[in-house]
Write a protein that binds this ligand. Structure first.
Ligand SMILES: C[S@@+](CC[C@H](N)C(=O)[O-])C[C@H]1O[C@@H](n2cnc3c(N)ncnc32)[C@H](O)[C@@H]1O
Length: 211
């Protein structure tokens, strides 16, 4: 009756572990960091405070009070309460010196990743983190859309459920990045995926550089 369910922090732990291991390599400057799915700032508050500038984008009003509180003593942080696709379209160009982008989505962040590279050329080494839970969204009823894993425009009639592709989630993610790199002329110098237990959510990080 008084049983309490322990909070499952394994997800946050894995996300932090991945990011810390990349940040520890010192491969990018701590210039401008952009967190496009800020939530309440659990990741950014622990790992991105020492960047010269930190931009936090979150569309959910309910998360803002906690985000404001988390960064109230952090003068280099700016909070943007808006949709991240709109941010990418309107504000990405105003952020020179970008060295880290975080796409910690629910579901797949690929629309935002596609929009990011369509709006910005890779001119310096960039550290990118992402969470891709598309597999779970599909199990919860969303149809498979290959368009989400293409770097460019979808071909006509190429959408719909595809049982073969959906069984190859890792391959999908890796080939998405391979294709992006060719299309947008960058090199992937490091790529690492950690899996949530059960293999349904991918947490990955990558370092990309101009060719
Ligand atoms: C997995 S949570 C992020 C957790 C966060 N990284 C942290 O460390 O606390 C995903 C967040 O992205 C936000 N989000 C989802 N779609 C968005 C969009 N299109 N634009 C801006 N924020 C979005 C959600 O409201 C949610 O807070």
């Amino acid at each position: 009756m008084f049983e309490t369910k322990p909070k499952d922090n394994s997800k946050l732990f894995l996300k932090l572990l991945l990011r810390k291991s990349f940040l520890g390599l010192g491969l990018v400057e701590k210039g401008v960091a952009l967190d496009l799915f800020s939530g309440a700032g659990a990741i950014a508050g622990r790992l991105y405070r020492d960047f010269r500038e930190l931009h936090l984008v979150e569309k959910d009003e309910k998360k803002l009070a906690r985000l404001d509180l988390e960064f109230s003593q952090c003068p280099n942080a700016r909070i943007w309460n808006m949709d991240n696709l709109e941010f990418i379209k309107k504000n990405l160009g105003t952020l020179p010196g970008l060295s880290l982008v975080d796409f910690d989505a629910y579901g797949s962040p690929n629309k935002q990743i596609q929009a990011f590279f369509a709006s910005r050329a890779v001119k310096n080494p960039l550290l990118i983190f992402a969470t891709d839970g598309f597999f779970i969204s599909r199990l919860r009823g969303r149809t498979f859309s290959p368009e989400l894993y293409l770097a460019g425009q979808d071909r006509e009639n190429a959408t719909g459920y595809d049982p073969v592709l959906s069984r190859n989630f890792e391959l999908l993610i890796r080939s998405f990045w391979d294709e992006l790199s060719k299309r947008h002329n960058f090199r992937i110098s490091l790529f690492k995926i950690l899996w949530k237990k059960g293999g349904q959510v991918a947490y990955y990080g990558t370092v990309i550089e101009p060719k």
